[in-house]
Ligand binder design. Structure first.
Ligand code: ADP
Ligand code: MG
Length: 706
């Protein structure tokens, strides 16, 4: 009997109804789905490491048998500590000890003489420094039959290791897939255009799948484990390629949508722009405004992402774009993720656009009914030229007379669908999204797909770099003294805490520390408190007093993380800095260094922190370059978490990882956009892809929403 891609997995050897149900939960219904479930690592079980040759600290795979006495469980009296399973194995060259925390399930399974493969990092036992051991290694028990050379899935080959699915272990998956491939009819359609396949010397899809599950003996295990074998490269490439092709086609479609071709070159527009400029724009600001203006002129809607490090001056660019829209007789909407930021944008817009005399309104939650109704009426009549606000802008009663430009600030704080809702309040308006999370360009291209990208890669002149220091709790007295001196010469300071109220976590909290700082530490200074649980008007009034320098010190939580702009504030103290993420620290630090005076950021964290926390603090001290920090952050957290679950970018790939595989991504994007130049041919390829894989069809739909 031969097996085809379309066969359901539930009839396969080794798959009963129970396992079929587990597989189905993972979206594995057919053999095609099963073969798309790829190993996440490989073990070299041809050339095992001899126990005697183990290098402490390195990951290795050994093959041996359980030594005399077998394994045994050590249980601890009293609650709290889970049992530990101990076992020693031998392989003729030496003995290796292993222990398994939470290892009770192994009790009785590892008898003397049991053959097994053990994979993990061998290291010195801290209590017995001359004994090397593995802690929680992965093990697979091997039966005599499985050792017979030739057809074993377990030894004598490069062995694929799969992520277990429920209680279907890696080993069971390996056997199921092996059995499938033995009887497989080999019929795998290949929608990747042949000319592209040839250009990169990729194997066919059939070979790529076969090799990725059971690589030939001569394949390099190192290459496989870095996902760089030709077979894996091809599968990664195709994921990127199909996704990018969907984006490229979407862009073509969008370019056929009737948009608003605005006038930007006429004198009256130039005059209007000149009127509002409070300072000389940087070269980078000029460049991005030119890019935006060129988009606004076109007869189809702009979709542009404006990237720029914190403090690079994105707001003024956004207001310039708004000016063009308004001068063309349209309305503009500016949406921000927090009320504080929306209020600030509203104030800067009123200040900067004052000479133009446009009607500008602010819409946030919790406004008075009468006030709100009045604003809504003015927006609907077209009287309001620029409406600034939070998520409140998305609500149904908000109707624009003639919305021509949508601006979304700190867009990573919004979901894709929210952006879409705002856009739908106009008839194909132009869209500008802004972010201070400086994403490496390639990644931005996948995540924001079809957006065009403008980058402000320069800070306004006259800024002195922020000095960042790491201080410990015991040095706080000195830190407060430093604050006092800065305030004495007219500056202002932020003091940040991770939580609002005291809690079990024993973290210093903003409210309690505010009391202490205001009364005991700085009794003669004006100290304010700002956090997310204050009412709107309280927040506004605190922020306003800080802005007017009526407050010297603002004690706050991360509510001030994005956007807040008070150039006279030059000191930022962050307590429990080890508790904050890297991007967050960078954003917070971005609140200072906004004026001409030298600014200082002091990160308060224990000296004995380790691991990621240590790396975050060290990175902050070492650099204030947002792009560098974003790259480090990506490495520390991985793209999934970095971009948050709301982004569709990472959901779009089963196997490819944009960060790890960015080179392939670059190639794939280029090829996809080149293919889309020939829409007829591109449509053909898409039809092929959709025929081959329902999973791909689903991802296309995602790519359409973007
Ligand atoms: P971000 O890009 O973080 O949103 P902002 O738009 O808030 O930055 O600008 C940061 C600060 O720099 C503001 O105080 C703004 O007025 C000022 N600024 C912006 N552009 C210039 C410029 N060309 N010259 C001098 N100051 C500028
Ligand atoms: Mg901003």
């Amino acid at each position: 009997m031969t097996i085809a891609l379309s066969n359901p997995v539930k009839f396969l050897r080794g798959v009963g109804p129970q396992r079929a149900a587990l597989l189905e939960e993972r979206g594995i219904i057919t053999v095609a789905d099963l073969l798309s479930y790829l190993p996440f690592r490989y073990e070299d079980r041809i050339r095992f490491t001899k126990i005697a040759d183990i290098v402490p600290g390195e990951v290795c795979t050994v093959f041996g048998e359980v030594s005399a006495g077998g394994g045994n469980v050590v249980r601890f009296r009293g609650g709290g500590r889970p049992p530990v399973f101990h076992v020693t194995i031998r392989d003729g060259s030496g003995q290796l000890h292993a222990k398994f925390f939470h290892g009770a399930y192994l009790d009785g399974r590892l008898k003397e003489g049991q053959r097994l493969v053990m994979h993990g990092k061998a290291d010195f036992d801290p209590l017995r420094p001359n004994r090397c051991e593995m802690v929680n290694p992965e093990i697979e028990l091997i039966s005599a039959a499985e050792e017979s050379p030739g057809d074993s899935t377990e030894v004598g080959r490069i062995v694929p290791v799969y992520e277990a699915i429920g209680n279907i272990s890696s080993r069971m998956l390996r056997r199921i897939i092996y059995a499938v491939l033995r009887d497989f009819d080999g019929n795998v359609p290949d929608p990747l255009p042949a000319e592209i396949r040839d250009r990169y010397r990729f194997p066919t899809r059939r070979d790529a799948l076969l090799y990725s599950h059971f690589p030939p003996k001569e394949e390099s295990v190192e290459q496989l484990n870095t996902f760089r074998s030709p077979a894996q490269s091809r599968l990664i490439f195709e994921e990127f390629f199909y996704y990018q092709l969907a984006l490229a086609l979407r862009r073509l479609r969008e370019h056929r949508v009737q948009g608003i071709a605005m006038r930007v070159r006429e004198d009256d527009i130039r005059e209007a722009l000149k009127r509002i400029l409070p300072f000389k724009p940087t070269a980078a600001q000029k460049k991005v405004l030119a890019e935006i203006a060129a988009d606004l002129e076109k007869p189809f809607p702009m979709h542009r992402l404006l990237e720029g490090d914190v403090g690079s001056g994105k707001t003024i660019v956004a207001l310039e774009a708004a000016t063009i829209a308004i001068e063309n007789g349209y309305q503009a909407a500016l949406m921000a993720p927090t009320e504080i930021l929306a209020a600030q944008h509203y104030l800067s817009a009123r200040r900067i656009l004052a000479p133009a005399g446009y009607a500008i309104d602010l819409l946030v939650a919790g406004q008075k009914r009468s006030e709100r109704d009045e604003i809504l009426a003015q927006v609907e009549s077209g009287e309001t030229k620029l409406l600034v606000g939070t998520h409140a802008l998305l609500e149904d009663p908000v109707k624009f007379a003639k919305l021509g430009l949508v601006i979304v600030d700190e867009q990573h704080r919004f979901g894709v669908l929210q952006r879409k809702r705002l856009i739908e309040k106009g008839a194909s308006p132009h869209v500008l999204v802004m972010t201070a999370t400086p994403i490496p360009r390639t990644l931005a291209l996948t995540l924001y797909g079809d957006l065009d990208i403008s980058v402000i890669d320069q800070l306004p002149p006259g800024r002195t770099p922020i000095e960042t220091r790491w201080a410990t709790e015991s040095q706080l007295a000195g830190v407060w003294e430093f604050l006092r001196r800065q305030i004495a010469v007219g500056r202002q300071a932020y003091v940040l805490y991770p939580v609002i109220e005291e809690s079990k976590q024993e973290l210093k909290a903003a409210t309690a520390e505010y009391e202490r700082l205001a009364t005991a530490v700085f009794p003669k200074l004006h100290v304010g408190l700002l956090h997310g649980r204050l009412k709107n008007d309280e927040k506004d009034s605190v922020m306003e007093r800080f802005r007017r320098a009526e407050l010297d010190i603002l004690v706050a939580t991360t509510v001030i993380e994005v956007g807040v702009d008070v150039p006279n504030a030059t000191v930022m103290v962050i307590e429990h800095a080890e508790r904050f993420g890297l991007a967050q620290l960078h954003q917070l630090r971005g609140r200072i260094g906004r004026g001409r005076e030298k600014s200082s950021c002091i990160l308060v964290a224990p000296k004995n922190i380790t691991g990621d926390a240590l790396e975050r603090i060290e990175t902050m001290v070492a650099t204030s370059n947002g792009f560098e920090i974003a790259e480090r952050d990506l490495k520390l957290r991985g793209p999934g978490e970095f971009f948050g679950t709301r982004q569709h970018g990472d959901a779009a790939f089963a196997f490819a990882q944009p960060l790890r595989d960015r080179e392939l991504l670059e190639f794939a994007r280029r090829e996809a956009f080149a293919l889309a130049e020939n829409p007829a041919r591109a449509q053909q390829v898409v039809a092929e892809i959709e025929k081959v894989s329902p999973a791909w069809r689903k991802r296309y739909q995602l790519a359409q929403v973007g």
